[in-house]
Ligand binder design. Structure first.
Ligand code: NAD
Length: 337
């Protein structure tokens, strides 16, 4: 499989049918690589990868990463994105989430060791928990609850980082660890309870916009194309860069300001509905991306308004009828995909 159809590299994307994974598969195919998408479809959507199925360089394997990876694949690069990312999904079966993080990392690292592939872990800003330092540099060790409703994800991702680090040191595997901050954009699942998809869907259907707490908590939103560029650069970085690298957009906004932007860009007249803050919800989230700027020459380029417009357009385009007012924001021009 490694050199099918004149491909440059054979790249395994575990979790390739999800929001970020599907964009990554598209990008890697465009670059001329062969792509193996391995996914259990726990939260992935076959429609995300449907247009890729006809590409002779694309292979789909339905598999759960908590089980050993099939031995008949020989990738040269592995991206590990296989884990549900939204709280309602990862909290639905916390033990399976934890096993996806830890057993999944172990199984994919073993594949990397056997095949000599480089391997990148999609870690998360949630390893910082509810931080007492803002913005968060990679050196900050976090403030994470080990036994709360978010722990299966936060601690699972922390443990996966440890496994990656030790495989790098003890098993001579070339490892990369991306700490991904809130990412949004086209191909987000519209019903997975994440901030941007929630707000956009509520605005487009004329429902109240849900704000947890008083909306003063902050989030830094990274547009998916920027993130993909960062992941590809990190994978290609020099072998010695094996420590975690933050990937996110340092443009920090309150949740209330993000909701106001969504309301403005959808021309919605929806009112806000304030609900209690979920347990252990971080009050501030902002990446320090000094390392990514220095070592990857990476800087996010899509500002929040542009990214949100593209996301709104995607939701409208893929679900006709999501148009309460019939008004397209002045000056808007669709430019994604
Ligand atoms: P997603 O839920 O859309 O995609 C995850 C994909 O992994 C899905 O296709 C799902 O079916 C698959 N999957 C889940 N468990 C699996 C398992 N045990 N075996 C095989 N496949 C499995 O989430 P996403 O937003 O695309 O996130 C992708 C990765 O990036 C995740 O690892 C997530 O933790 C990480 N991440 C995402 C964000 C974000 O803002 N989207 C932020 C930080 C980290």
């Amino acid at each position: 499989m490694s050199n099918a159809h004149g491909a440059k590299e054979c790249i395994l994307v575990a979790g390739g049918a999800g929001f970020i994974g599907a964009s990554l598969c598209r990008r890697l195919l465009r670059q001329g690589h062969a792509v193996i998408c391995l996914d259990s479809f726990l939260t992935g959507d076959s429609r995300n990868i449907a247009p890729l199925r006809d590409n002779p360089r694309f292979t789909l394997i339905r598999h759960d990463v908590i089980e050993p990876i099939p031995t008949d694949i020989f990738p040269t690069q592995i991206y590990n994105l296989a884990c549900p990312a939204s709280p309602p999904h990862y909290q639905a079966d916390p033990i399976h989430t934890l096993r996806s993080c830890v057993d999944g990392a172990y199984n994919l690292l073993e594949l990397a060791r056997r095949t000599g592939a480089r391997i990148l872990q999609a870690s998360t800003s949630e390893v910082y928990g509810d931080p007492s330092v803002n913005p968060q540099p990679e050196a900050y060790r976090g403030n994470v609850n080990m036994v709360g409703p978010r722990s299966c994800y936060d601690e699972g991702k922390r443990c996966a980082e440890t496994l990656f680090s030790d495989y790098g040191k003890r098993k001579q595997v070339t490892v990369k660890i991306a700490r991904i901050f809130n990412t949004y954009g086209p191909f987000m699942s519209r019903n997975d309870g994440r901030l941007v998809s929630n707000l956009v869907l509520q605005a487009l259907t004329g429902r109240k916009l849900t704000i947890y707490g008083d909306g003063s908590q902050t989030r830094s939103l990274c547009y998916v194309d920027d993130l993909i560029e960062g992941l590809v650069r990190l994978m290609a970085s020099e072998d010695g860069l094996s420590s975690p690298v933050n990937l996110g957009n340092p443009d920090e906004n309150t949740v209330l300001d993000i909701a106001k932007a969504v309301r403005r860009l959808t021309s919605s007249r929806s009112v806000f509905e304030f609900l209690p803050l979920p347990i252990d919800d971080p009050l501030q989230r902002c990446p320090d991306i000094t390392l990514a700027r220095r070592f990857l020459r990476w800087n996010p380029s899509v500002d929040m308004d542009t990214g949100l417009r593209r996301t709104v357009e995607y939701f409208r385009r893929t679900q006709p009828g999501l148009e309460p007012s019939g008004i397209v924001p002045a000056g808007y021009k669709a430019s994604w995909g």
